[in-house]
Ligand binder design. Structure first.
Ligand code: FAD
Length: 309
C-alpha cells in the first residue's frame, strides 16, 4: 500500500518536538520506531498531516536508576502500598526492546522486564520498536502494558506547559486508547526497583515464536518474613479491550501461602476478570483457560525467583 502525503519533521530536542505538537495539534503524530504507526499509515488507517520523528531528540534513550528513589506523589503512594525504599529505574521513551533485552542492569534487578523484552516480535522488531511507542500505541495484545501494570510503574509525559506522571494502572483506557494528550510527548517509564525477597516473571502464550500474545500474564510479588506472599501485582494482556490489573487475584494473594492451591485460585480469578473475544487465536473458553494457566506459571516462576533473591 502507498501512504498518503504527509510532512516530516526531525526535531533535535524535546522543546522543538513539543512546539510542533502544539502548533499542529490534532494533525501531528510522533514517529518513534515506526513499527506500529507506519503500517497504519500505509493502510490509510491513520493519516497524520505531519510526522514528528523523535529519533534525534536528546534525553530519550537512557536506562538509568535514580538512587534517591525519585520524589513524586507516585513514589509516595508506592511506599504506602508496601514497596520498599530504593532506586527508581528510568527508561527513556526511545529505548528499544533490544536495548532492554541486552541491559545488564535490567538482567540483574528487573527479571520481569527482561522476560518480556526477549519475547517481543523478532530481532528486527526488537531493534526498531521502542518502549515508549509500545506504551503510547497501546495495542491490546502488546507485552509492555502487562509488565508495567504488574510493576506498578508510571509514565512521565511532557507538554509545553507541564510534566505529569501517570500511573500505568490509569494509563490504558481501551483499544489503542491511553491517558496521553495529543500535545504531549511520553518521555520515560519509571519503575521502582523491587526490594529483597521480590520476584517477577512474564508468561506469554504465542502461536509461533515472535507473534503477539494470545494471552500474556506478568507477575511481580514480594514474600514477607514468614514466607507468605506480601504484595503482588498482576498485569494481563490480550484478553480484554485493554490490558488490565488483575485486582481480584492480587487481593486474594496478599498474605496467602505460595502453593499450587493459591496459584490455581489466582488463575481462576484472572480468568473470571478477563473478557476475551473469540478470534483466530482461539475461542473465549480457551483464552480464559490459558489466562488461568499463564497466571499459575508466572506465579510459580515469580515465587521461585523471590525465594532465591
Ligand atoms: C511484525 C511485528 C511483530 C510485533 N510483535 C510484537 C510483540 O510480540 N509484542 C509487542 O508488544 N509488540 C509487538 N510489535 C509491536 C512493536 O513492538 C512496536 O514497535 C511497538 O508497539 C511500537 O513502537 P514503535 O517505536 O515502533 O512506535 P511507532 O510505531 O513509532 O508509534 C506508535 C504510536 O505511538 C506514538 N508514539 C510513539 N512514541 C511516542 C512518544 N514518545 N510519545 C508520544 N507518542 C508516541 C506514535 O505517535 C504512534 O501513535 C510487533 C510489531 C511488528 C511489526
Amino acid at each position: 500500500m502507498i501512504p498518503g502525503q504527509f510532512e516530516y519533521a526531525r526535531p533535535a530536542n524535546i522543546a522543538e518536538a513539543l512546539r510542533l505538537l502544539k502548533e499542529r495539534e490534532g494533525e501531528a503524530k510522533v514517529l518513534s520506531g515506526g513499527y506500529s504507526l507506519l503500517p497504519l499509515i500505509k493502510l490509510r488507517l491513520a493519516q497524520p498531516a505531519l510526522l514528528v520523528d523523535i529519533r534525534d531528540v536528546d534525553g530519550l534513550d537512557h536506562i538509568v536508576e535514580d538512587p534517591s528513589g525519585g520524589g513524586s506523589d507516585w513514589v509516595s503512594r508506592q511506599r504506602e502500598a508496601g514497596h520498599q525504599a530504593g532506586p527508581e529505574l528510568h527508561i527513556g521513551a526511545r529505548v528499544t526492546h533490544a536495548q532492554l533485552e541486552k541491559s545488564a542492569l535490567i538482567a540483574e534487578h528487573y527479571p520481569l522486564i527482561a522476560d518480556a523484552a526477549h519475547g517481543i516480535g523478532d530481532r528486527q522488531v526488537r531493534n526498531w520498536g521502542t518502549v515508549g511507542g509500545s506504551v503510547a500505541h497501546a495495542d491490546p495484545s502488546s507485552d509492555w502494558p502487562a509488565v508495567f501494570i504488574a510493576l506498578d510503574a508510571a509514565f512521565a509525559c511532557r507538554s509545553l506547559e507541564a510534566e505529569r506522571v501517570v500511573p500505568a494502572r490509569q494509563w490504558f483506557q481501551g483499544v489503542f486508547q491511553t491517558a496521553i494528550e495529543m500535545t504531549e510527548l511520553l518521555t520515560e517509564v519509571r519503575v521502582h526497583r523491587p526490594g529483597a525477597r521480590s520476584g517477577g516473571a512474564y508468561q506469554k502464550l504465542e502461536r509461533r515464536a515472535g507473534d503477539f500474545a494470545t494471552v500474556g500474564v506478568a507477575v511481580q510479588l514480594r514474600l514477607d518474613d514468614a514466607g507468605r506472599i506480601g504484595v503482588a501485582g498482576i498485569g494481563v494482556t490480550a484478553v480484554s479491550d485493554a490490558p488490565f490489573a488483575a485486582t481480584t487475584a492480587e487481593a486474594l494473594l496478599a498474605g496467602a501461602q505460595p502453593n499450587e492451591e493459591t496459584y490455581r485460585a489466582a488463575g481462576a480469578a484472572v480468568a473470571a476478570q478477563a473478557q476475551p473475544a473469540s478470534d483466530t487465536h482461539g475461542p473465549v473458553e480457551y483464552k480464559r483457560a490459558m489466562a488461568a494457566e499463564m497466571t499459575v506459571r508466572a506465579l510459580r516462576a515469580a515465587v521461585e525467583r523471590a525465594s532465591a533473591a
